[in-house]
Design a protein around this ligand. Structure first.
Ligand code: ZN
Length: 138
């Protein structure tokens, strides 16, 4: 398919035909022959999305629901990482000791063989990714 379906939006105007007052739109992005996003994200009603993509409306709905579900799982992951680690990381960054972070990390990751500073850097990466997931705008 020449488009990737990124999910469902509560934007009510179809960028393709201009129709307004839709209940929802599907978020789409064109993609190149390798399947990578290649162009601007846009919003289309389900039937416009289907005709653009050359598939049925049912297929568009299914793809959008899968994308929405995957995003919801990522949000859950992101929120859990932030709830767990953000305070300990900020305390360390404000000049606190590494030990409280390390105890927390070890209580959550008992099978990891990792040095405390490496774990800290991993968690910094998780938090950056988590914040970008929570900031996501189509
Ligand atoms: Zn339309």
């Amino acid at each position: 398919m020449n488009f990737k379906i990124l999910g469902t939006s509560d934007i009510t105007t179809c960028d393709h035909c201009g129709r307004r007052g839709l209940k929802l739109t599907r978020v789409m992005v064109p993609r190149d022959a390798d399947g990578n996003a290649d162009g601007e994200v846009f919003y289309a009603g389900t039937s416009c999305a289907a005709s653009l993509a050359g598939v049925t409306s049912r297929k568009i709905t299914e793809l959008a629901e899968v994308a929405d579900f995957q995003h919801a799982q990522r949000v859950e992951w992101a929120q859990e990482k932030i709830d767990t680690y953000a305070a300990a990381v900020e305390a360390r960054q404000a000049g606190g000791r590494l030990a409280p972070f390390w105890e927390l990390y070890r209580s959550r990751n008992t099978h990891d063989l990792i040095a405390p500073l490496d774990a800290f850097n991993d968690v910094l990466g998780w938090l950056t990714e988590a914040r970008s997931i929570l900031d996501r705008k189509f």
